[in-house]
Design a protein around this ligand. Sequence first.
Ligand code: ZN
Length: 496
Amino acid sequence: MKPNKLSISIMNGLIESIDNSDISEIIIDGTSSCFENAYIIPGIVDAHAHIIGLGENLNTIRLEKAKSKSELIQLIKKIDTIEGWITGRGWNEENWDDKDLHRLDLDSISSETPIFLVRVDGHAAWVNSKALEVSGINNLTANPKGGSIQKDTEGNPTGILIDNAIELVRDNIPKVSNERIKKYILDACYECLRNGITEVHDMDVHLNHLQAYKELDNDNLLPIRLVQYIRGFDGEYKQLQPRPYFGNNLQIIGLKFYADGALGSRGALMIDKYNDAETYGLELISSDELSERASEGCDNGWDIAVHAIGDKANRNVLDVYQKLRNDNYKNILRIEHSQLVHPEDIKRFSDLNVFASVQPIHCTSDKNMAIKRLGEDYKFAYPWKTLLDFNTILIAGSDFPIEAHNPFFGLDSFINRKALNEEETWQKQETLTLEDALNSYCYTPHLATRNSNSGSLEIGNRADITIIDNDLNQSNNIKNTKVLATVSNGTLTKHL
Ligand SMILES: [Zn+2]
């Protein structure tokens, strides 16, 4: 697979003909659109991301960028009041001259509307007097277990709440309305479309949000295909969505579980101790419990996706999957992240027919942190080429909004494997060819969803197509690729 100049004609949402051409052209039901200096690839899939998270991000003002208290106050003035509250996230007073934070600072913005602002690390909140008042917090309120209400010398709350004290206020914020959730979903989907993404595997979808997705899909308003994996760990789905669901552009097909945490916070579960701490990481679910919940899910027709970052977590999940295969389950099984895989476990992915769902950009964002956690000698991190060499099916995503949703950043990481602001390729032996990288973004994700008429430009296939200004032959220029237009399910959207 590589970008080509093609003329593609589309009828009723399906590809009707494909020809080589001097100029890229899309003909829909007889109407032609030409694109100068443009190249065509099948529609890009993001095989692990969070749609509502991106929608929320697009609708919030990022407070991280405030470099002083007064800058923060100016930013907050721009935040829309939703359901009677002003909420925000990301403030960080670390480098401010004035680190003295008080509810009165926020009262200057509004004394009538409650204001609730979470610190960048999520461990503190800064609120105004109105938020304290509606939450019933005053000079007599005792600290909750695991939390503290900061008070001044006279014993009055300052408006700074730590850890579990944050919940005393958060519990009073009205739930986001269905209409608002729909706005988040649509904003995120259109943002994907602008970036050439025609399908997202939407992970950890909250059961409370399924209704909004289904309503949008019933009204045929989803501009890209969403394939969803709902939270499986608490078993709540058995009441609310007991079986998979297939709509127009919405498919709810999988259960998502967590085997361990993240590498940065030393939550990834490792076979050997961390290089920089006396810990092996965290096991978030026992193999017995995962085994039980996964086979119960399989019995009800669900595919299974398990988050595993550490090499021990990957091994544990493969053990569980081995059991499922021994019990003759044919369901799709995937490991989300597959970041650190012991060489003895690599071959088990293809033996057990397990998809490795990887996010290449995590590697280039986290390289230096990973070396600290694992030590210089650790050789099994982000083993893309090794997995491929053992016939594993790699599917690629970004994990947005945790990372950037631009898929060309991920393609660049696959091919160049260079950490941010570094010129040197890290572990060149694990880089991918352009062909393999594109395959993991455009073709193989459809194998994980059984949508067999997608992923390649062939007559009769669903017309999901990305049109770009770059033939991707210059590896140093992949990041700068512009998406000129996207065809999703036979509908053309031009972006420039
Ligand atoms: Zn994720």
